[in-house]
Design a protein. Structure first.
Length: 292
């Protein structure tokens, strides 16, 4: 009788117990999984919408600033930084342990690095253009040109630009004693730290000229790298260090803070020439400090 009763009871419930509702804990776990899946989907949709909006803004900015194409986005910086060594022929005696002097970052990525020197021209349109286009660059500043408008370069720094050392007075360093070179370099380190809160690790000697004393002085002031350049861009032309007159992956490009007083155009004109060429050749502009 007990067996029959159990059999009848089982049949009433579907025989295999499939109609038995899951326990409360199982229901909660299933609901949590569904909620997490929905959250992930919404996050993906928000990210995609953000990317579309950012691209739309870049398209509009490229049109507004007269570019032929939208600048390419740089790839993610390498997790393992490339080894930076002094370019052959650019060494000084006893260079081991001194800041490396280089014109190109060793990378296979199709990226170039825009660097701008001194600080003479302070064009608000340039800041707007670079901000709207999201184009990274590195500044190498000279103290005597910065001091009449510290605020301009503070805006630049707020936008993510790293402010680096180009000496206090822009002298020809190999013509100075070690002590005077050190005052030029360390003095600029002090100025940038005082005004902008961070001591640079990058230094570019004026005119690209240096000697052993220069690099010893730079190292004593906290400098780790001395990047030069492989190309220079102006409003109306490009100049090249290499015989092939071509851009190469990882090349450092030089320009200057200049305007109509020195050029036949403005800094936005220079940026337009720069971006039109590198974009047409399939290069993105990356941030130099991300590779060091």
């Amino acid at each position: 009788m007990l067996a029959v009763t159990a059999l009848v009871s089982g049949c009433a419930q579907g025989g295999d117990g499939s109609d038995v509702p899951p326990a409360a804990g199982q229901q909660q776990a299933k609901a949590d999984r569904q909620r997490a899946k929905a959250d992930r989907q919404r996050a993906k949709e928000r990210h995609a919408a953000k990317l579309r909006a950012a691209h739309k803004a870049r398209v509009a900015a490229a049109k507004r600033w007269g570019l032929k194409k939208v600048p390419l986005l740089p790839p993610r910086p390498p997790a393992g930084k490339p080894e930076i060594t002094t370019r052959k022929g650019f060494e000084v005696d006893g260079h081991d342990g001194l800041p490396p002097v280089f014109t190109t970052v060793p990378t296979k990525q199709k990226v170039v690095f825009l660097t701008i020197d001194d600080g003479a021209e302070k064009d608000p349109a340039f800041l707007r253009m670079m901000s709207e286009l999201k184009v990274p660059y590195t500044a190498f500043l000279s103290g005597f040109l910065v001091k009449d408008d510290y605020g301009y370069f503070e805006k630049m720094q707020t936008g993510g630009v790293v402010l680096n050392n180009h000496t206090l007075r822009h002298p020809y360093l190999p013509g100075l004693s070690y002590a005077r070179q050190k005052r030029e370099i360390c003095g600029m380190q002090d100025m940038i730290e005082k005004r902008y809160g961070k001591r640079p690790t990058l230094f570019r000697p004026p005119f690209g000229s240096y000697n052993e004393d220069t690099l010893h002085a730079a190292r004593s002031c906290g400098i780790k790298y001395a990047p030069l350049w492989n190309e220079e861009v102006f409003v109306d032309r490009w100049e090249y260090r290499e015989w092939d007159r071509e851009i190469h992956p990882g090349d450092i490009v030089l320009s200057h803070f200049r305007g109509r007083a020195h050029w036949k155009g403005t800094m936005p004109d220079m940026v337009r020439r720069f971006l039109n060429k590198v974009t047409a050749e399939g290069y993105a502009v990356a941030r130099l400090e991300d590779y060091l």
